[in-house]
Ligand binder design. Sequence first.
Ligand code: ADP
Length: 394
Amino acid sequence: MSNNILVINCGSSSLKFALINPQTQEALLTGLAEKLGHADAYITAKYDGVKEVTQLDEGNHAGAMHAIIATLKARDLFDQVAAVGHRVVHGGENFKASTLIDEHVIAEVEACAKLAPLHNPANLLGIRTAIECFPTLKQVVVFDTAFHQTMPEHAYLYAVPMALYREHGVRRYGFHGTSHRYVSAEAAKVLGLPLENSAIVVAHLGNGASAAAILNGKSVDTTMGLTPLEGLVMGTRSGDIDPGAHAYIGAQLGLDLDGVTDLLNKQSGLLGLSELSNDCREIEDAAAAGHKGALLALNVFCYRLAKQIAALTVSLSRLDAVVFTGGIGENSSIIRAKVIAQLGFLGLTLDAAANNAAIRGKAGKISGATGPSALVVNTNEELMIALDTAALTV
Ligand code: ADP
Protein backbone atom coordinates (compact mmCIF):
# COMPACT_ATOMS: atom_id res chain seq x y z
CA MET A 1 0.00 0.00 0.00
CA SER A 2 1.44 3.33 -1.04
CA ASN A 3 1.39 6.40 1.20
CA ASN A 4 1.54 9.10 -1.46
CA ILE A 5 -0.28 12.33 -0.72
CA LEU A 6 -2.15 14.40 -3.29
CA VAL A 7 -1.69 18.08 -2.44
CA ILE A 8 -4.27 20.55 -3.75
CA ASN A 9 -3.87 24.34 -3.71
CA CYS A 10 -7.01 25.78 -5.21
CA GLY A 11 -7.26 29.44 -6.27
CA SER A 12 -10.23 31.21 -7.87
CA SER A 13 -9.01 30.53 -11.42
CA SER A 14 -6.20 28.05 -10.86
CA LEU A 15 -5.54 24.70 -9.21
CA LYS A 16 -2.01 23.67 -8.31
CA PHE A 17 -1.41 20.02 -7.46
CA ALA A 18 1.36 17.62 -6.53
CA LEU A 19 1.61 13.94 -5.69
CA ILE A 20 4.25 13.63 -2.99
CA ASN A 21 5.85 10.65 -1.30
CA PRO A 22 6.16 11.80 2.32
CA GLN A 23 8.90 9.25 3.07
CA THR A 24 11.29 10.21 0.29
CA GLN A 25 9.87 13.78 0.14
CA GLU A 26 9.89 13.38 -3.64
CA ALA A 27 7.21 14.97 -5.87
CA LEU A 28 6.17 12.24 -8.31
CA LEU A 29 3.75 14.37 -10.29
CA THR A 30 3.23 18.14 -10.23
CA GLY A 31 0.99 20.43 -12.19
CA LEU A 32 -1.19 23.48 -12.55
CA ALA A 33 -4.61 24.05 -14.07
CA GLU A 34 -5.03 27.65 -15.23
CA LYS A 35 -7.74 29.97 -16.58
CA LEU A 36 -10.45 27.99 -14.80
CA GLY A 37 -13.81 29.55 -15.53
CA HIS A 38 -12.67 30.47 -19.07
CA ALA A 39 -13.22 28.61 -22.32
CA ASP A 40 -9.47 28.22 -22.90
CA ALA A 41 -8.69 26.61 -19.52
CA TYR A 42 -5.80 24.16 -19.63
CA ILE A 43 -3.75 21.93 -17.39
CA THR A 44 -0.01 21.35 -17.28
CA ALA A 45 1.33 18.19 -15.66
CA LYS A 46 4.97 17.28 -15.12
CA TYR A 47 5.95 13.64 -14.64
CA ASP A 48 9.42 12.15 -14.89
CA GLY A 49 10.85 15.46 -16.13
CA VAL A 50 8.34 15.66 -19.00
CA LYS A 51 5.73 18.44 -19.20
CA GLU A 52 2.39 17.81 -20.85
CA VAL A 53 -0.17 20.55 -21.58
CA THR A 54 -3.83 19.58 -22.17
CA GLN A 55 -6.85 21.77 -22.91
CA LEU A 56 -9.65 21.09 -20.43
CA ASP A 57 -12.98 19.88 -21.89
CA GLU A 58 -14.69 21.09 -18.76
CA GLY A 59 -12.97 24.41 -17.93
CA ASN A 60 -13.80 24.54 -14.23
CA HIS A 61 -12.45 23.17 -10.95
CA ALA A 62 -14.31 19.86 -11.32
CA GLY A 63 -12.93 19.56 -14.86
CA ALA A 64 -9.41 20.17 -13.54
CA MET A 65 -9.85 17.51 -10.85
CA HIS A 66 -11.15 15.01 -13.44
CA ALA A 67 -8.08 15.77 -15.58
CA ILE A 68 -5.81 15.17 -12.56
CA ILE A 69 -7.50 11.82 -11.97
CA ALA A 70 -7.05 10.90 -15.64
CA THR A 71 -3.35 11.89 -15.43
CA LEU A 72 -2.92 9.79 -12.27
CA LYS A 73 -4.65 6.80 -13.87
CA ALA A 74 -2.63 7.08 -17.08
CA ARG A 75 0.55 6.74 -15.02
CA ASP A 76 -0.75 4.00 -12.70
CA LEU A 77 -0.61 6.45 -9.79
CA PHE A 78 -4.32 6.71 -8.97
CA ASP A 79 -4.34 3.73 -6.61
CA GLN A 80 -1.24 5.09 -4.91
CA VAL A 81 -3.02 8.15 -3.48
CA ALA A 82 -3.38 7.53 0.27
CA ALA A 83 -4.88 10.89 1.30
CA VAL A 84 -5.49 14.45 0.07
CA GLY A 85 -4.05 17.61 1.67
CA HIS A 86 -5.52 21.04 0.96
CA ARG A 87 -4.11 24.51 1.41
CA VAL A 88 -6.61 26.84 3.05
CA VAL A 89 -5.69 30.50 3.43
CA HIS A 90 -7.70 31.58 6.48
CA GLY A 91 -8.40 29.46 9.53
CA GLY A 92 -9.26 32.34 11.86
CA GLU A 93 -8.54 31.71 15.54
CA ASN A 94 -10.06 28.24 15.66
CA PHE A 95 -7.33 26.40 13.78
CA LYS A 96 -3.91 26.38 15.40
CA ALA A 97 -2.69 23.38 13.41
CA SER A 98 -3.57 21.27 10.38
CA THR A 99 -6.67 19.15 10.81
CA LEU A 100 -8.66 16.28 9.31
CA ILE A 101 -11.64 17.44 7.27
CA ASP A 102 -15.16 16.79 8.49
CA GLU A 103 -18.45 18.67 8.15
CA HIS A 104 -17.64 20.81 11.19
CA VAL A 105 -14.26 21.84 9.75
CA ILE A 106 -15.86 22.69 6.41
CA ALA A 107 -18.43 24.88 8.19
CA GLU A 108 -15.61 26.67 10.08
CA VAL A 109 -13.66 27.29 6.86
CA GLU A 110 -16.88 28.67 5.37
CA ALA A 111 -17.30 30.96 8.38
CA CYS A 112 -13.72 32.23 7.88
CA ALA A 113 -14.57 33.20 4.28
CA LYS A 114 -15.71 36.61 5.49
CA LEU A 115 -12.09 37.22 6.56
CA ALA A 116 -10.66 35.96 3.23
CA PRO A 117 -13.39 36.43 0.62
CA LEU A 118 -10.99 36.04 -2.31
CA HIS A 119 -9.33 32.86 -1.07
CA ASN A 120 -11.42 30.65 1.24
CA PRO A 121 -14.34 30.14 -1.20
CA ALA A 122 -11.87 28.91 -3.85
CA ASN A 123 -10.13 26.65 -1.29
CA LEU A 124 -13.55 25.24 -0.34
CA LEU A 125 -14.37 24.56 -3.96
CA GLY A 126 -11.19 22.45 -4.15
CA ILE A 127 -12.13 20.57 -0.97
CA ARG A 128 -15.68 19.81 -2.14
CA THR A 129 -14.51 18.70 -5.57
CA ALA A 130 -11.83 16.45 -4.05
CA ILE A 131 -14.34 14.87 -1.66
CA GLU A 132 -16.59 14.09 -4.63
CA CYS A 133 -13.70 12.66 -6.65
CA PHE A 134 -11.98 10.78 -3.79
CA PRO A 135 -14.92 9.85 -1.53
CA THR A 136 -13.08 7.09 0.31
CA LEU A 137 -9.89 9.01 1.10
CA LYS A 138 -9.15 11.02 4.22
CA GLN A 139 -8.56 14.71 3.56
CA VAL A 140 -6.67 17.32 5.59
CA VAL A 141 -6.62 21.12 5.63
CA VAL A 142 -3.40 23.06 6.20
CA PHE A 143 -3.95 26.73 7.03
CA ASP A 144 -1.74 29.69 6.09
CA THR A 145 -2.74 31.37 9.34
CA ALA A 146 -2.24 28.45 11.77
CA PHE A 147 1.51 28.86 12.36
CA HIS A 148 1.01 32.46 13.51
CA GLN A 149 -1.53 31.52 16.17
CA THR A 150 1.35 31.48 18.68
CA MET A 151 1.76 35.28 18.39
CA PRO A 152 1.25 36.95 21.78
CA GLU A 153 -1.72 39.30 22.09
CA HIS A 154 0.48 42.41 22.22
CA ALA A 155 1.61 41.44 18.70
CA TYR A 156 -1.72 40.43 17.23
CA LEU A 157 -4.02 43.12 18.61
CA TYR A 158 -4.68 46.37 16.79
CA ALA A 159 -5.20 49.46 18.93
CA VAL A 160 -8.89 49.72 18.05
CA PRO A 161 -11.95 49.27 20.29
CA MET A 162 -11.69 45.77 21.79
CA ALA A 163 -15.29 45.06 20.80
CA LEU A 164 -14.07 44.86 17.19
CA TYR A 165 -11.80 41.99 18.18
CA ARG A 166 -14.28 40.25 20.46
CA GLU A 167 -17.30 40.54 18.18
CA HIS A 168 -15.80 40.65 14.69
CA GLY A 169 -12.38 38.99 14.92
CA VAL A 170 -10.51 42.17 13.94
CA ARG A 171 -6.88 41.30 14.77
CA ARG A 172 -3.65 40.43 13.02
CA TYR A 173 -3.61 36.82 11.75
CA GLY A 174 -0.61 36.66 9.41
CA PHE A 175 -0.27 34.46 6.32
CA HIS A 176 2.33 32.33 4.47
CA GLY A 177 2.51 30.34 7.73
CA THR A 178 3.18 27.03 6.00
CA SER A 179 6.20 28.54 4.24
CA HIS A 180 7.48 30.32 7.37
CA ARG A 181 7.22 27.07 9.34
CA TYR A 182 9.02 24.97 6.73
CA VAL A 183 11.71 27.55 5.98
CA SER A 184 12.56 28.36 9.61
CA ALA A 185 12.95 24.64 10.41
CA GLU A 186 15.13 24.10 7.32
CA ALA A 187 17.25 27.16 8.19
CA ALA A 188 17.88 25.81 11.69
CA LYS A 189 19.00 22.49 10.15
CA VAL A 190 21.36 24.24 7.70
CA LEU A 191 22.86 26.33 10.51
CA GLY A 192 23.11 23.41 12.92
CA LEU A 193 20.96 25.33 15.41
CA PRO A 194 18.48 23.55 17.66
CA LEU A 195 15.10 24.90 16.44
CA GLU A 196 13.88 25.07 20.06
CA ASN A 197 16.68 27.55 20.80
CA SER A 198 16.75 29.79 17.72
CA ALA A 199 15.84 33.36 16.76
CA ILE A 200 15.10 33.67 13.06
CA VAL A 201 13.47 36.21 10.75
CA VAL A 202 12.10 34.69 7.54
CA ALA A 203 11.36 36.96 4.56
CA HIS A 204 8.98 35.16 2.19
CA LEU A 205 9.14 37.29 -0.96
CA GLY A 206 6.89 36.16 -3.80
CA ASN A 207 4.08 38.05 -5.53
CA GLY A 208 2.72 38.38 -2.01
CA ALA A 209 5.39 39.02 0.62
CA SER A 210 5.62 38.76 4.38
CA ALA A 211 8.30 38.48 7.02
CA ALA A 212 7.96 36.63 10.31
CA ALA A 213 9.87 36.56 13.59
CA ILE A 214 10.26 32.94 14.70
CA LEU A 215 11.54 32.32 18.22
CA ASN A 216 12.38 28.75 19.22
CA GLY A 217 10.37 27.44 16.26
CA LYS A 218 7.23 29.49 17.04
CA SER A 219 5.92 32.56 15.23
CA VAL A 220 5.95 35.56 17.58
CA ASP A 221 5.19 38.31 15.06
CA THR A 222 4.65 38.78 11.35
CA THR A 223 4.08 41.62 8.91
CA MET A 224 0.72 40.63 7.40
CA GLY A 225 -2.38 41.33 9.45
CA LEU A 226 -6.15 40.91 9.25
CA THR A 227 -5.66 40.56 5.50
CA PRO A 228 -2.59 39.96 3.29
CA LEU A 229 -2.50 43.69 2.47
CA GLU A 230 -0.57 44.76 5.59
CA GLY A 231 3.20 44.92 5.85
CA LEU A 232 5.81 44.73 3.09
CA VAL A 233 5.70 46.25 -0.38
CA MET A 234 4.50 43.47 -2.73
CA GLY A 235 4.04 42.93 -6.47
CA THR A 236 0.75 44.84 -6.68
CA ARG A 237 -0.07 45.44 -2.98
CA SER A 238 0.88 48.59 -1.13
CA GLY A 239 1.67 46.96 2.22
CA ASP A 240 1.48 49.39 5.16
CA ILE A 241 -0.26 52.68 4.42
CA ASP A 242 -1.82 55.28 6.68
CA PRO A 243 -5.42 54.07 7.21
CA GLY A 244 -6.39 57.76 6.84
CA ALA A 245 -5.29 57.55 3.21
CA HIS A 246 -8.36 55.42 2.41
CA ALA A 247 -10.80 58.30 2.85
CA TYR A 248 -8.51 60.79 1.14
CA ILE A 249 -7.85 58.61 -1.92
CA GLY A 250 -11.55 57.73 -2.12
CA ALA A 251 -12.57 61.39 -2.05
CA GLN A 252 -9.94 62.44 -4.62
CA LEU A 253 -10.70 59.61 -7.08
CA GLY A 254 -14.43 59.26 -6.41
CA LEU A 255 -13.96 55.66 -5.28
CA ASP A 256 -15.91 53.77 -2.65
CA LEU A 257 -14.16 51.62 -0.03
CA ASP A 258 -14.07 48.57 -2.29
CA GLY A 259 -12.56 50.70 -5.06
CA VAL A 260 -9.78 51.99 -2.78
CA THR A 261 -9.08 48.51 -1.39
CA ASP A 262 -8.88 47.20 -4.95
CA LEU A 263 -6.41 49.95 -5.88
CA LEU A 264 -4.22 49.12 -2.87
CA ASN A 265 -4.35 45.37 -3.67
CA LYS A 266 -4.01 45.38 -7.43
CA GLN A 267 -2.46 48.63 -8.69
CA SER A 268 0.09 49.41 -6.00
CA GLY A 269 3.37 47.89 -4.77
CA LEU A 270 6.15 47.40 -7.33
CA LEU A 271 3.65 47.98 -10.14
CA GLY A 272 2.34 51.26 -8.73
CA LEU A 273 5.78 52.64 -7.90
CA SER A 274 7.52 51.60 -11.11
CA GLU A 275 4.58 52.35 -13.43
CA LEU A 276 6.00 49.42 -15.36
CA SER A 277 5.47 45.94 -13.89
CA ASN A 278 4.71 43.88 -10.81
CA ASP A 279 7.33 41.32 -11.85
CA CYS A 280 10.60 41.65 -9.97
CA ARG A 281 12.68 40.30 -12.85
CA GLU A 282 11.33 42.95 -15.22
CA ILE A 283 11.88 45.62 -12.59
CA GLU A 284 15.49 44.55 -12.07
CA ASP A 285 16.20 44.47 -15.81
CA ALA A 286 14.61 47.89 -16.30
CA ALA A 287 16.47 49.36 -13.30
CA ALA A 288 19.76 48.07 -14.74
CA ALA A 289 18.88 49.86 -18.00
CA GLY A 290 18.31 53.13 -16.07
CA HIS A 291 14.48 53.12 -15.75
CA LYS A 292 13.87 55.59 -12.91
CA GLY A 293 10.53 54.13 -11.80
CA ALA A 294 12.01 50.64 -11.58
CA LEU A 295 14.94 51.90 -9.52
CA LEU A 296 12.58 53.74 -7.20
CA ALA A 297 10.40 50.63 -6.80
CA LEU A 298 13.44 48.53 -5.85
CA ASN A 299 14.65 51.14 -3.37
CA VAL A 300 11.30 51.43 -1.61
CA PHE A 301 10.86 47.62 -1.61
CA CYS A 302 14.29 47.04 -0.02
CA TYR A 303 14.10 49.90 2.47
CA ARG A 304 10.70 48.80 3.74
CA LEU A 305 11.81 45.17 3.94
CA ALA A 306 14.96 46.05 5.91
CA LYS A 307 12.92 48.29 8.21
CA GLN A 308 10.42 45.52 8.90
CA ILE A 309 13.12 42.89 9.50
CA ALA A 310 14.76 45.22 12.02
CA ALA A 311 11.39 45.84 13.69
CA LEU A 312 10.73 42.10 13.94
CA THR A 313 13.99 41.56 15.85
CA VAL A 314 12.37 43.42 18.77
CA SER A 315 10.22 40.35 19.40
CA LEU A 316 13.25 38.00 19.28
CA SER A 317 15.63 39.94 21.56
CA ARG A 318 18.53 38.41 19.61
CA LEU A 319 19.04 37.50 15.96
CA ASP A 320 20.56 34.23 14.76
CA ALA A 321 19.58 34.45 11.11
CA VAL A 322 17.70 36.29 8.37
CA VAL A 323 16.35 33.85 5.79
CA PHE A 324 15.23 34.71 2.25
CA THR A 325 12.68 32.59 0.39
CA GLY A 326 9.92 32.81 -2.27
CA GLY A 327 10.51 33.63 -5.96
CA ILE A 328 12.24 36.94 -5.17
CA GLY A 329 14.02 35.77 -2.01
CA GLU A 330 15.37 32.67 -3.75
CA ASN A 331 16.53 34.48 -6.88
CA SER A 332 17.19 38.18 -6.43
CA SER A 333 20.79 38.56 -5.30
CA ILE A 334 20.36 42.32 -5.87
CA ILE A 335 17.53 42.69 -3.36
CA ARG A 336 19.25 40.42 -0.80
CA ALA A 337 22.49 42.42 -1.06
CA LYS A 338 20.68 45.76 -0.65
CA VAL A 339 18.68 44.56 2.36
CA ILE A 340 21.69 43.02 4.11
CA ALA A 341 23.66 46.24 3.54
CA GLN A 342 20.83 48.22 5.14
CA LEU A 343 20.90 45.84 8.12
CA GLY A 344 24.65 46.20 8.64
CA PHE A 345 24.03 47.89 12.00
CA LEU A 346 22.68 44.56 13.29
CA GLY A 347 26.05 43.02 12.42
CA LEU A 348 24.90 41.31 9.21
CA THR A 349 27.54 40.96 6.52
CA LEU A 350 27.39 39.59 2.96
CA ASP A 351 29.45 36.95 1.19
CA ALA A 352 28.99 38.44 -2.28
CA ALA A 353 30.12 35.34 -4.18
CA ALA A 354 27.80 33.06 -2.17
CA ASN A 355 24.96 35.54 -2.64
CA ASN A 356 25.44 35.68 -6.42
CA ALA A 357 25.55 31.89 -6.59
CA ALA A 358 22.31 31.37 -4.61
CA ILE A 359 19.83 31.52 -7.49
CA ARG A 360 17.56 29.14 -9.44
CA GLY A 361 17.24 26.46 -6.83
CA LYS A 362 20.70 26.81 -5.29
CA ALA A 363 20.37 27.75 -1.65
CA GLY A 364 22.66 28.13 1.36
CA LYS A 365 24.46 30.62 3.56
CA ILE A 366 25.15 34.02 1.99
CA SER A 367 26.58 35.91 4.98
CA GLY A 368 30.18 36.62 5.89
CA ALA A 369 32.10 35.11 8.78
CA THR A 370 30.83 37.43 11.52
CA GLY A 371 27.42 38.49 12.83
CA PRO A 372 24.02 36.87 12.41
CA SER A 373 23.71 34.47 9.46
CA ALA A 374 21.88 35.30 6.25
CA LEU A 375 20.71 32.46 4.10
CA VAL A 376 18.57 31.39 1.19
CA VAL A 377 16.19 28.47 1.67
CA ASN A 378 13.93 27.17 -1.10
CA THR A 379 10.42 27.04 0.27
CA ASN A 380 8.29 23.95 -0.27
CA GLU A 381 4.73 24.51 0.92
CA GLU A 382 3.48 21.44 -0.96
CA LEU A 383 5.89 19.19 0.93
CA MET A 384 4.86 20.70 4.26
CA ILE A 385 1.17 20.06 3.38
CA ALA A 386 2.02 16.46 2.37
CA LEU A 387 3.91 15.84 5.62
CA ASP A 388 1.09 17.26 7.75
CA THR A 389 -1.46 15.21 5.81
CA ALA A 390 0.58 12.03 6.18
CA ALA A 391 1.03 12.64 9.91
CA LEU A 392 -2.77 12.92 10.36
CA THR A 393 -3.87 10.13 8.04
CA VAL A 394 -1.34 7.46 7.20
P1 ADP B 1 3.86 33.46 -5.75
O1 ADP B 1 3.72 34.34 -4.56
O2 ADP B 1 2.84 33.72 -6.80
O3 ADP B 1 4.08 31.99 -5.42
P2 ADP B 1 6.67 33.36 -6.48
O4 ADP B 1 7.16 32.90 -5.16
O5 ADP B 1 6.78 32.44 -7.65
O6 ADP B 1 5.22 33.97 -6.43
O7 ADP B 1 7.50 34.70 -6.83
C1 ADP B 1 7.25 35.46 -7.97
C2 ADP B 1 8.22 36.62 -7.99
O8 ADP B 1 9.56 36.10 -8.04
C3 ADP B 1 8.05 37.52 -9.22
O9 ADP B 1 8.11 38.88 -8.82
C4 ADP B 1 9.26 37.16 -10.03
O10 ADP B 1 9.69 38.22 -10.86
C5 ADP B 1 10.29 36.88 -8.96
N1 ADP B 1 11.45 36.18 -9.52
C6 ADP B 1 11.50 34.95 -10.06
N2 ADP B 1 12.75 34.72 -10.57
C7 ADP B 1 13.48 35.84 -10.34
C8 ADP B 1 14.83 36.23 -10.63
N3 ADP B 1 15.65 35.43 -11.26
N4 ADP B 1 15.23 37.46 -10.22
C9 ADP B 1 14.39 38.29 -9.59
N5 ADP B 1 13.11 37.98 -9.30
C10 ADP B 1 12.66 36.78 -9.68
